[in-house]
Design a protein around this ligand. Structure first.
Ligand code: AMP
Ligand code: MN
Ligand code: MN
Ligand code: MN
Length: 277
């Protein structure tokens, strides 16, 4: 199988490396087809494409869009997009817009439990002021000694029901899929195993996504267990989705999975990249 890694982050969102540094990691991990998919942001695309080309890796432009669907956050990856598409560029700008106010509200929630100045603390980890995320708070809170690790800090402070969590309304699913289609790309449901919908909602997510023109789901991702590889391979077969593969790499020390190191897609599934290879 082609070693494709079609989901990862640079410091244009909540990764820590520059796009060129991520390209180097991908290359060293044996990746032959790569996509940088920053959250709600295309600022790293040009540098990623250039670095990939210089290393002899095939590149497709990518993005990971934050969506709210049925009261939960869902991530939709867009692959092989035109990064200059106005509908996509404008839609992402709108999606990013609420992040600063949300971050200030998160800091207020943390202040209530005795953690002062978390906004300023998180900002020290932000390199793109347009894209302050929970991950930046998490890095600060770990460094400041409030929790031993990123998963622990999310569990204690940054997830629903905890002091630094602020509900947020992201892009509608319909819009995210339509921006990706307008940009000539393929819409992919990211890490479906991470959403805790109950079965009828889950079926509705997949059928709605398909009706809107969504084509693929991630089957092999750094966010799935081996059991979930099987489960979502079944979902791909059932709904006729193409399958994607990506590490969701954010930082050398944080990521469970190195770029390019995940198992291959099950052989009977259609890889999402058959659409453009
Ligand atoms: P945001 O878009 O600001 O809500 O941040 C979402 C990001 O937080 C995700 O893309 C992950 O990188 C990170 N994240 C979410 N949950 C966890 C977790 N339990 N452990 C580590 N990172 C997480
Ligand atoms: Mn992230
Ligand atoms: Mn995600
Ligand atoms: Mn991601």
């Amino acid at each position: 199988m082609l070693n494709a890694d079609l989901h990862c982050h640079s410091n244009f969102s909540d990764g820590v490396l520059t796009p060129a540094e991520v390209a180097r990691y991908a290359y060293e991990g044996g990746v032959k087809l790569w996509s940088l998919t920053d959250h709600d942001e295309l600022g790293g695309q040009h540098a990623a494409h250039q670095a990939a080309t210089a290393l002899g890796m095939q590149y497709v432009h990518g993005v990971e869009i934050s969506v709210t669907w049925s009261e939960r956050t869902v991530h939709v990856v867009g692959l092989n997009i035109n990064p200059d598409c106005v509908a996509l560029v404008d839609g992402l700008a709108e999606t990013r817009r609420g992040r600063v106010v949300r971050a200030q509200a998160m800091a207020a929630g943390l202040a209530n439990v005795g953690i002062a100045d978390a906004y300023e603390g998180a900002l020290r980890y932000v390199s793109n002021p347009d894209l302050i995320s929970r991950t930046h708070f998490a890095r600060y809170l770990v460094a400041a000694g409030f929790a031993p690790s990123l998963p622990a800090v999310f569990k204690r402070y940054l997830t629903e029901g905890h002091p630094g969590f602020v509900p947020h309304c992201w892009a509608p699913l319909t819009d995210a899929v339509s921006w990706i289609k307008a940009a000539g790309g393929v819409a992919v449901i990211a890490h479906p195993g991470r959403y805790r919908y109950t079965p009828p909602e889950y079926e509705r997510l997949f059928t709605t996504f398909k009706e809107l023109g969504g084509m693929a789901i991630e089957v092999i991702t750094g966010s799935h267990t081996p059991q979930q590889y099987k489960e979502y391979a079944q979902v791909a077969r059932h709904y006729g989705f193409w399958a994607s593969r990506g590490s969701d790499f954010h930082a050398p020390k944080e990521s469970r999975t190195a770029l390019g190191s995940l198992p291959a897609l099950p052989a009977d599934l259609t890889p999402v990249w058959q659409a453009w290879l």
